[in-house]
Write a protein that binds this ligand. Structure first.
Ligand SMILES: Cc1cc2nc3c(=O)[nH]c(=O)nc-3n(C[C@H](O)[C@H](O)[C@H](O)COP(=O)(O)O)c2cc1C
Length: 170
C-alpha cells in the first residue's frame, strides 16, 4: 500500500478477531512511531507495549470510552517523556501525537486494526494508567492505542472539504 492510500483508508478499528499479534509486529509499530518528527528532534516519548490480557481488561475501569479493549490483542501506551523535553513541556503532546499517527498508519499498512484512546489531559485516566502500569512521574500517558486484527470491514470515508482550506489569506 502506498503512503497516500494508507492515509486515506485508515479508520479506527474497534472489533477484533482472536488472532494474536506477535512481538515482532508490535516492535515494528513502535519503530514506525519513533520515525515521527519531533520538536528539535528531542523524541520526547516512551512506549509501553501491553500484551497481558489482565492489564488490557483493567483499562475500562478508569477509561469509559474503550469497552472494546477487552477484545484487543495488544495495546501501546504512548507517553511523553518530560525528562527528554527541553521546552518546559511545550511540545511533547505534538511529538507524541505525530508518533501516534505514524503508529496508526503502520498498523493499518500491516493489516492490524487500531484505535487511539484519549488519556491526557484527563487526570482520572492518567492516574489509572500510572497505577496499573507503574508509570513514573516524568512520563505522561497521552493515549492508549488498542490493537487487534480487524473483525469485518470498515469503509473509508472521503473527508476532503474545500470549505476548510484557504489559499494565501483567510
Ligand atoms: C485525541 C483523540 C482521542 C480519541 N479518543 C477515543 C476514545 O477514547 N475512544 C474511542 O473509541 N475512540 C477515540 N478516538 C478515535 C476517534 O473517535 C476517531 O479517530 C474518529 O471518530 C474518526 O474516525 P476514524 O479514526 O475511523 O477516521 C480518539 C481520537 C483522537 C484523535
Amino acid at each position: 500500500m502506498d503512503t497516500l492510500a494508507a492515509i486515506k483508508t485508515r479508520r479506527s478499528i474497534r472489533k477484533y478477531t482472536q488472532e494474536p499479534i506477535g512481538k515482532d509486529a508490535l516492535r515494528t509499530l513502535v519503530e514506525a512511531a519513533m520515525f515521527a518528527p519531533s520538536a528539535a528532534n528531542q523524541q520526547a516519548w516512551h512506549y509501553i507495549i501491553i500484551d497481558e490480557r489482565k492489564l488490557m481488561d483493567a483499562i475500562p475501569t478508569f477509561h469509559p470510552y474503550c469497552p472494546f479493549i477487552t477484545s484487543a490483542q495488544a495495546a501501546v501506551v504512548v507517553c511523553g517523556d518530560l525528562e527528554r523535553e527541553r521546552f518546559n513541556g511545550l511540545f511533547w503532546v505534538q511529538d507524541c501525537s505525530a508518533a501516534t499517527q505514524n503508529l496508526l498508519l503502520a498498523a493499518h499498512a500491516q493489516g492490524i486494526g487500531a484505535t487511539w484512546l484519549a488519556v491526557y489531559p484527563i487526570q482520572e485516566r492518567i492516574n489509572g494508567l500510572r497505577e496499573l502500569l507503574a508509570i513514573p512521574d516524568h512520563l505522561v500517558p497521552l493515549n492508549v492505542v488498542s490493537l487487534g486484527m480487524p473483525a469485518g470491514d470498515v469503509r473509508s470515508a472521503d473527508r476532503y472539504d474545500e470549505g476548510k482550506v484557504s489559499w494565501n489569506r483567510f
